[in-house]
Design a protein around this ligand. Structure first.
Ligand code: ADP
Ligand code: ZN
Length: 609
């Protein structure tokens, strides 16, 4: 905490409400401090990673203080999901937005007039149209939580200009403002404080490590086969596969559907109705695999995503953290796999060049820097957890995280490949730097192509030097050389390989070359995984999931509104026999026991396993 608090509520007061509504026994790190800032009406900025429990921080204070607070949320779908979830716990919340029917709207306003509502959700636009100044003021709203506050910054990834005007509310009405975000970068933080005019804010920044996520980076050599292997580890579990292009999402979803999986693709080129349908099918657990571009993300409230695959390297660690972070929001183990090919850096460079006006070498330095950090993360240089946490300016205490491919010993070391690199580079020299990658690789492999014959390249001293090496591996090596800038290529549709200063150093033996191995070892079981399943029968867990789906369908709500996976696991672990015992289960509050207690007790009783 930044300083002494003046709030008159004890921790017990707070925990009593948390237990009754949410069924949790404890607060997570920083939640108490964040709650106290809101109770004290002191401006605050709370930065916690996805899944860190930000929502609870602004949901608890109005409950404890018996007041009505406002939450600004950027998407209608996010508001609806939260309000549904809260109401299922017996927490009085409403959302005011354009998606409401006239009846729903009237009902929401009646509830508000009764004074019993604790949270009102709305978009920034609506908050700015005068609602806060009229009704809000009449209702005595004094505290505003701003969710996804990074939307205020154009350094963030979801810039929303309306967020900028929210500071006006503070000036007009003297309310306290409480900003929440998962974006860890310093300049976004500074932007939020400045743009929202936060005054002497309490700033709480959580730990950015996500210990329940297992990070892996695989060299992409057979994308389709590799993706199949990964999704096979996650049968009947939610998987998001991120791709670089719309076409890739459709192609990979097609492969998966032909391969016996049920997958849908999602990208910004689809009609809004199609996108909504794909999103809802995923959230309602009708499908488990979504293959998407970065357009898929915010507003996806499925906390039991067990795996996020990147079919190609994202353009920055910020993007990676954000996207991979959608895994395991329920705190249970989940896997994040990046399929990396050195070709990705090359592709990003040319995309970024196009973006910045199309001239060679005109990539914005900041973009290049972000890209090179991402590339460094993708090569096997050290613990992935450590790399991510340190990137965001925090320290990582443990020597071995036990939850990444490096620390698990799944990755081979870099290979000293100076000789192979010299062979490749001298072949580029022999063909007089006038050919592309395909041809150079053919010459090195001693291929029998008409083109080679015609150019008499079978006469070169480098012809057939690497005959035993598979074509895929050779291509990969050339991309790695490009990626490490030990070789360059020209722009355009038929890029030619060219030598540069560094190539000459390699050729003269003044520089060693290390390459990433193209094969990967078998994945190992982690302790995170073992612990979370400790004492849990998988069959019972599956039986409870089926019951949850049935109930969700009957009630027309997403499954997580019934219980999340962490709660189902705890139910399967403790196997309560009475309603009182059921209240001990993590994530079961009073309302849920009333509503669902008997149904689940019966299912537990009838389960013979
Ligand atoms: P964020 O908004 O930071 O991404 P959420 O608010 O969605 O995270 O919370 C992530 C998950 O953690 C939710 O399932 C939530 O119910 C759970 N959670 C939050 N606080 C606690 C707590 N004190 N104890 C146990 N679970 C919690
Ligand atoms: Zn590690």
């Amino acid at each position: 905490m930044t300083d002494a608090t003046t709030s008159t509520y004890s921790l017990d007061d707070i925990l009593r409400h948390v237990k009754a509504i949410w069924g949790y026994d404890q607060l997570r790190p920083l939640q108490e401090a964040a709650i106290r800032a809101e109770l004290d009406g002191r401006d605050s900025l709370v930065v916690l990673p996805t899944g860190g429990g930000k929502s609870l921080c602004y949901q608890v204070p109005p409950l404890v203080a018996g007041r009505t607070d406002l939450v600004i949320s950027p998407l209608i779908s996010l508001m609806k999901d939260q309000v549904d979830g809260l109401r299922a716990n017996g927490y009085p919340a409403v959302a005011l937005n354009s998606a409401l029917t006239a009846d729903e709207r009237r009902q929401a306003e009646d509830e508000l007039a009764s004074g019993n509502v604790r949270l009102v959700f709305m978009s920034p636009e609506r908050a700015l149209t005068g609602w806060v100044r009229s009704q809000g003021r009449r209702m005595g709203i004094q505290h505003i939580a701003v969710d996804e506050a990074h939307c205020i910054s154009h350094w963030g990834h979801d810039f929303r200009p309306e967020y900028r005007q929210l500071a006006q509310l503070k000036a007009d009405l003297g309310v306290s403002i409480h900003a929440y975000t998962a974006t860890a970068t310093e300049r976004v933080r500074a932007d939020i404080i400045e743009q929202l005019h936060l005054q002497a804010p309490a700033v709480h920044i959580g730990n950015f490590d996500r210990p329940n996520l297992v990070y892996r980076v695989l060299t992409r050599n057979e994308a389709k086969k590799q993706i199949f292997e990964i999704v096979d580890r996650h049968r009947r579990e939610a998987v998001i596969i991120y791709c670089m292009s719309r076409a890739d999402t459709e192609r990979i979803a097609g492969h998966l559907n032909n391969g016996g999986y049920t997958a849908r693709f999602y990208h910004a080129g689809m009609k809004p109705s199609e996108r909504r349908a794909a999103q809802e099918a995923f959230v309602n657990e009708e499908i488990d695999i979504v293959v998407a571009t970065v357009a898929f993300g915010m507003g996806i409230d499925r906390s039991n995503v067990r795996c996020v695959i990147h079919a190609a390297m994202p353009q920055s660690i910020e993007h990676y953290q954000q996207e991979a972070g959608r895994a395991g929001r329920d705190g249970l183990e989940a896997e994040c796999v990046l399929l990396y090919s050195p070709a990705d850096t090359v592709r990003w460079r040319s995309l970024l060049e196009k973006k910045s006006g199309g001239m060679e070498g005109t990539i914005r330095p900041v973009d290049l820097e972000l890209l090179s950090h991402m590339r460094r993360y993708s090569s096997p240089t050290g613990c992935r957890h450590r790399a991510l946490v340190e990137y965001f300016g925090q320290t990582f205490a443990s020597e071995n995280c036990g939850a990444c491919d490096i620390c698990l010993g799944e990755v081979d070391d870099l290979i000293e490949a100076t000789r192979e690199a010299q062979m490749i580079l001298s072949c580029v020299a022999r063909v007089e730097q006038r050919f592309g990658m395909g041809h150079v690789v053919d010459v090195l492999r001693g291929a029998d192509s008409p083109r080679i014959k015609k150019m008499r390249h079978d006469q070169l001293s480098t012809y057939g030097l690497l005959t035993g090496t598979p074509k895929k591996t050779l291509n990969n090596w050339v991309f790695q050389l490009l990626d490490q800038e030990l070789l360059t290529r020209t722009r355009g549709d038929y890029p030619l390989l060219r030598l540069n200063q560094q190539s000459m150093e390699v050729l003269r033996g003044q520089r060693q070359v290390f390459l990433m191995p193209t094969k990967t070892k078998r994945v190992k079981k982690t302790t995170v995984e073992a612990e979370s399943w400790d004492g849990v029968s998988r069959d019972l867990f599956e039986a409870l999931r089926t019951l949850r789906s049935t109930l969700a369908r009957e009630r027309g709500v997403p499954p997580y509104v019934i219980f999340n996976d962490a709660t189902l696991r705890d139910l399967a672990r403790r196997r309560p026999k009475t309603l009182d015992e059921m209240l001990q289960v993590q994530g079961v509050g009073k309302k849920k026991v009333e509503d669902l207690g008997l149904t689940f007790l019966e299912a537990l009783l009838n389960f013979s396993g």
